[in-house]
Ligand binder design. Structure first.
Ligand code: SAM
Length: 275
């Protein structure tokens, strides 16, 4: 890599394989949303994104920002590209940008989970198409019953359709990462607006080998839980990865909403995320 030396601490593995870059572009949802790219790096993906859409980019590394400012001088002047130099997390209030956007990025792996969770909570983020470490992508894309099914999968499922699209080998990058990567697509139809639900899932998935009942009894009354499990036709020995996303919403509603409202919830009420 002639232009600049990769900084490991910023998770810099530059994607150089043009067939993979093309596959990411082909996987983009068709709509009028602008694109947000986190970590444009040397701009290989950015260049292709700009052929399709206007882009708002966030790059933490000042050296790369200087390179990008020169490389995309014309696009910046034409306002096709808005380049923000700094840590994306510092820009992220409730929404990262003030209009509907799709996040398309080869993410820095050290902060990928945190970025995806923020994007799931962000009302303006409509779709997420990102490259990240394969194991983490599997956690988001797992189906209930899979051993990888985790709170991350429940949260992603709660916002829309989740799919791991394809794997990418280390040799597609410069320098090559130690792990295989995957491209993940989350087509959002809603957003996460209840931090209480996220906290509830932490308790539910406390120990993945223990039963869901045992995990939940760390916070809730066991007798009460047994009654609710029977009411929902849940076996008392069900493990956290075996329950469905809608069961988690029902349990949360019964256990937490009842506390707030002081009354019994309706048996068929909807999940707690907004449409
Ligand atoms: N998009 C480029 C590509 O595909 O070759 C680079 C991807 S590289 C895996 C991750 C990029 O994210 C790097 O350019 C890195 O400097 C940047 N980055 C790391 N942490 C960041 C943060 N907190 N905010 C914004 N950019 C960040």
């Amino acid at each position: 890599m002639s232009e600049v030396k990769a900084k490991k601490w910023f998770g810099q593995n530059f994607l150089k394989d043009s067939s993979v870059l093309e596959k990411i572009i082909q996987s983009m949802p068709h709509n009028d949303n602008i694109v947000v790219e986190i970590g444009p790096g040397l701009g290989d993906l950015t260049k292709r994104l700009l052929h399709k859409k206007d882009v708002i980019a966030f790059e933490i590394d000042k050296d790369l920002c200087n390179i990008l400012q020169k490389k995309f001088k014309k696009e910046i002047e034409e306002k096709k590209l808005l380049l923000n130099c700094g840590d994306v997390l510092r820009f992220w209030e409730n929404s990262l940008v003030d209009k509907p956007y799709d996040l398309v990025a080869n993410l820095p792996y050290y902060v990928a989970t945190n970025i995806i969770l923020k994007a799931l909570r962000d009302k303006n983020c409509k779709n997420i198409l990102v490259m990240l470490q394969k194991e983490v992508a599997q956690k988001f894309a797992a189906k209930n019953g899979d051993k990888e099914f985790s709170s991350l999968a429940v949260l992603a499922n709660s916002t829309g359709k989740v799919k791991k699209l394809f794997d990418v080998k280390p040799s597609s990058f410069e320098p090559p990462p130690k792990v295989t990567s995957s491209v993940l697509l989350i087509k959002k139809s809603t957003y996460l607006d209840e931090r209480g639900f996220e906290d509830f899932l932490k308790v539910a998935f406390l120990a993945t080998r223990k039963t869901l009942l045992k995990n939940l009894s760390k916070k809730y009354d066991k007798k009460e839980l047994e009654k609710i499990f029977a009411q929902l036709n849940l076996l008392p020995n069900i493990r956290p990865h075996q329950a469905t996303t809608s069961i988690y919403h029902r349990l949360y509603e019964i256990l937490e909403k009842r506390k707030v409202d002081g009354e019994k919830p309706e048996p068929q009420s909807k999940p707690t995320t907004k449409e």
